[in-house]
Write a protein that binds this ligand. Structure first.
Ligand SMILES: O=C(O)c1cc(C(=O)O)c2c(n1)C(=O)C(=O)c1cc(C(=O)O)[nH]c1-2
Ligand SMILES: [Ca+2]
Length: 570
């Protein structure tokens, strides 16, 4: 059937090669985070801290859909691709905003998934790869949006839907399904970009005879807990093209209660390195063993150089959902070693981190257990959730979209009535009884924090007040940091050095997608898709309802629109 409506076929499309992906030409935005290292950094410098206050909309395009728009605009040589909730893909002229084509994925009519979002597409050759909530990976003709082939990765009926952006590496398209709340055993799958055939699949929970399987002790209420242990890989990873190593994040354990799956539970709540040819797991850093908070570790660490004992080492950095910022070392063989971890928000469950390994010591009062009501901070959504942090090599700072001051409590139970991986909620807690609250009801929540990579200290913090921050961060060679994601629906520009607010603009809806930058015909653009929904909207309304100060805006408009900004013509 015809899933793509073609308005105007794209002529002379510029095919995407490994060389182009490795080089990350700043006029393009070919990867979810701009480069393989995961920096959310643009080398363009036409828009500067001095002139950013003159930014004006160049064009706006309504997606025609509501709910949470989380995809960055992917831009290849003047052509923009945006994926939406319910898996539409729009191809647009990045300069004018006129539509080339719209692909509407044929999700089953009875599709029901917990997060109906999409975090972007992958480009390879003359194809666009879009995952479906139904668990498919779809290869589209970049010129027309026609579907050329399809792979079945997950199965939404067991809870293995896909929200992640796929990542293209050396002719393979890598993506994993969600399912950490549904008793799905997580995995990452590589699909051949040409044939849509499976190249490899690696489970994040090791099976019998695989290293790490011993961290799933057959001693709890379910001796075979590993079979449905969660650890979904629901965010796109990063890649070291020189060492040819993948870096991916692994999500929470399933169910959420660690005492129902005794042991450390590798590779839940870990960053792992993998061989892109075979999918073999080569190294790991588990941030917190036996995850019991849904804190997960789904965001891959950024690849950057850091200073350690007066030496420059190849490193990894990651502000994790558990509220700690980590400095790690990576070696060419894929090994990952811990250097340091520091809290960027209040965490009451970690008493300390082991100096050599980073392994936390827990305060048992704040570790959820079966049969008990337990309170902990940060909340299950974490000190930050899926939004991307950014790294600016010119300032030497990383910029973290943080949420301080949010805590929660819930009661764990052993669910003996539901089959794991049956598509039914299987987290071992009842969402209807979840209580989300502020540690200090007078204080605000959302922040943008700037940390110096080498001194390992905070340089500045912007506090947004009575709102969460669900916005990914973009930083540029023009000395700017862009961030949206707040309930006042502003897109803001900050001075990258000082944190001063230089510009703000109210979008039609709050934007929870990553801002990006690109260039066409010598002009620099900033693009962001607005469209509030999913957990950002849910947490905001919970906190607005609980607010007693009257300062919390619970009335945020919805609706998807792609916004593109530029400086006025001289
Ligand atoms: O464990 C998982 O498989 C999984 C998947 C997803 C998802 O696919 O969006 C989310 C989460 N967990 C999650 O814990 C979470 O807080 C979350 C927020 C959102 C969102 O889109 O707002 N998705 C997800
Ligand atoms: Ca989860």
């Amino acid at each position: 059937q015809d899933l793509s409506r073609v308005n105007k076929e794209i002529s002379d499309y510029n095919p995407v090669t490994q060389e182009r992906l490795n080089a990350a030409d700043p006029s393009d935005w070919l990867l979810p985070k701009g480069n393989y290292q995961g920096w959310m950094y643009s080398g363009l410098e036409q828009i500067t801290a001095e002139n950013v206050s003159q930014l004006t909309p160049a064009w706006v395009y309504s997606t025609g859909l509501d709910s949470g728009h989380q995809a960055p605009a992917i831009v290849n040589d003047g052509v923009m691709f945006v994926s939406t909730p319910y898996n539409h893909v729009l191809a647009l002229d990045a300069k004018t905003g006129s539509l080339y084509w719209r692909y509407e994925h044929d999700n089953p009519p009875d599709l029901g998934v917990m997060h109906n979002t999409s975090r972007g597409v992958a480009l390879w050759g003359d194809r666009v790869f879009a995952a479906g909530l139904d668990g498919t990976l779809n290869a589209l003709d970049a010129k027309t949006g026609q579907r050329l082939c399809q792979a079945s990765i997950g199965d939404w009926e067991i809870g293995a839907y896909i929200t992640s952006a796929p990542l293209a590496v050396e002719g393979k398209i890598l993506v994993g399904p969600s399912g950490g709340e549904f008793g799905v055993r997580g995995f990452l799958e590589a699909t051949d970009a040409e044939t849509c055939e499976q190249a490899w699949r690696t489970y994040s929970v090791p099976g019998p005879d695989e290293p790490g399987h011993e961290t799933w002790k057959p001693e709890g209420p379910r001796p075979d807990a590993w079979k449905y242990g969660g650890g979904s890989m629901w965010m796109p990873g990063n890649y070291d093209p020189e060492a040819k190593k993948l870096y991916w994040g692994v999500g929470n354990g399933s169910p959420w209660l660690g005492d129902q799956r005794p042991g450390d539970n590798l590779y839940v709540a870990s960053s792992i390195s993998m061989d892109p040819e075979t999918g073999e797991i080569l190294g790991h850093m588990q941030y917190h063993f036996n995850d019991s908070w849904d804190w997960a570790a789904m965001n891959a660490p950024m690849l950057l150089d850091i200073e350690q004992d007066g030496q420059t080492v190849t490193g990894l950095m990651s502000p994790q959902r558990n509220g700690y910022l980590y400095w790690l070392e990576r070696n060419p063989e894929g090994g990952i070693t811990y250097l340091e971890g520091k809290p960027f928000v209040y965490n009451d469950a970690f008493v300390s981190l082991d100096q050599d390994t980073g392994r936390p010591t827990y305060d048992p009062a704040h570790v959820p257990t079966t049969g008990n009501k337990v309170e902990y901070c940060p909340s299950l959504w974490g000190g930050k959730n899926y939004p991307y942090e950014a790294y600016n090599p010119q300032t030497g700072m990383i910029y973290i979209p943080a949420n301080e001051n949010v805590c929660n409590s819930w009661t764990g139970f052993l669910d003996e009535d539901t089959e794991p991986a049956s598509g039914q909620w299987w987290a071992g807690m009842d969402l209807a009884e979840l209580k989300v609250f502020l540690r200090d009801p007078q204080e605000g929540v959302g922040q943008l924090q700037a940390w110096n990579v080498n001194t390992r200290e905070v340089e500045w913090t912007h506090e947004f007040g009575k709102t969460m921050n669900w916005g990914s961060v973009l930083t540029t060679a023009g000395g700017i940091v862009f961030n949206a994601g707040t309930n006042d629906r502003m897109l803001r520009a900050f001075d990258a050095e000082s944190g001063e607010v230089l510009w703000e603009f109210p979008l039609n809806s709050a934007a929870i997608s990553p801002p990006v930058s690109y260039e066409v015909d010598g002009k620099q653009y900033i693009a962001i898709t607005a469209g509030y929904g999913v957990d950002a909207q849910w947490t905001n309304s919970v906190l607005a309802d609980a607010d007693e100060t009257g300062e919390w805006n619970g009335d945020v408009p919805v609706g998807g629109a792609i916004w593109v900004f530029a400086l006025p013509d001289a």
